[in-house]
Write a protein that binds this ligand. Structure first.
Ligand SMILES: NC(=O)c1ccc[n+]([C@@H]2O[C@H](COP(=O)([O-])OP(=O)(O)OC[C@H]3O[C@@H](n4cnc5c(N)ncnc54)[C@H](OP(=O)(O)O)[C@@H]3O)[C@@H](O)[C@H]2O)c1
Length: 241
């Protein structure tokens, strides 16, 4: 199978991990398409990667429909659901968190699932298609102050694995969970520790797993962390604290 024929849509690819993935796949000769929430973020990404087509997509029903129409889903055979946000919220604090709670669940879980539902009929008819969802080690290890984030990623993780099971009979479609380690991006600003991975290194490791056709991508030390969490949840919690 010639992987380089893949035509890939990467959501949330104006910066951070998404932009690094877009650049990596583009430099390897793939056809890639990106998304950003607005023209300004798209224009700033296009300064880094001028020859890539971007679409506005901001996790709303109307935006999802116009993305689906504009990109002509027939054109792509790989979807990388990368868009995500993270708030650091303490539930002990007073104040209305409802908007932020809803946004985290929608952007990190509901809209990736809705986008998949929208494209699936087309993907099932393709000779070869892939759906890759970026979750997080926080989907299986608890960390305080990221309650909704962890919950949304746990939901996306379970959704991804259940969908892979549901589509097992189809040999032409692969559904993959990608578990990134701590990567230095806007999302993790101020939390960068020794050993934090750069977005470029992440993209290279992701690409290696992609080439190998792995069914799940544990990037960096997340595989080890997953194993530790099976034996001692407490130890895993101390590691991500
Ligand atoms: N960084 C880490 O350590 C880490 C670890 C585990 C998992 N992850 C996951 O990896 C993914 C990428 O993270 P990152 O660190 O690269 O984040 P980031 O640097 O904050 O970038 C987030 C991307 O998501 C887009 N986005 C934000 N709000 C959106 C919305 N409402 N609708 C659609 N797209 C939206 C942003 O677009 P604009 O530029 O237009 O705002 C941007 O392109 C996320 O799913 C994150 O949860 C990250």
């Amino acid at each position: 199978m010639n992987l380089k024929k893949d035509k890939i849509l990467i959501t949330g690819s104006t910066r951070g991990i998404g932009l690094a993935l877009l650049r990596k796949f583009h430099s390897e000769g793939f056809t890639v398409y990106g998304t950003g929430t607005n023209r300004t973020s798209i224009e700033s990404a296009q300064k880094v990667i001028p020859n890539v087509r971007y679409f506005v997509y901001d996790s709303k029903e109307t935006s999802l429909e116009s993305l689906a129409k504009e990109i002509e889903i027939n054109e792509i055979n790989v979807l990388i659901n990368n868009s995500g946000i993270q708030y650091n919220d303490s539930f002990e604090e007073e104040g209305d968190l409802s908007d932020r709670m809803r946004k985290e669940l929608e952007i990190n879980f509901l809209f990736p699932a809705l986008l998949i539902h929208r494209i699936l009929p087309v993907f099932l008819k393709k000779e070869n298609s892939k759906i890759l969802n970026l979750t997080s080690a926080l989907s299986f290890v608890s960390r305080k102050n990221v309650l909704m984030y962890s919950s949304s990623k746990a939901a996306l993780s379970r959704f991804t694995r259940s969908l892979a099971l549901q589509l097992k009979e189809y040999k032409n479609i692969q559904v993959v969970e990608v578990i990134p380690p701590l990567v230095a991006t806007d999302m993790t600003k101020g939390r960068v520790l020794k050993g934090t991975m750069s977005a470029e290194k992440f993209a290279s490791e992701f690409y290696r797993s992609y080439q190998k056709g792995k069914k799940e991508f544990y990037i960096g030390k997340t595989g080890l962390l997953h194993l530790i969490s099976k034996f001692s949840g407490k130890l895993a919690e101390r590691i991500v604290r």
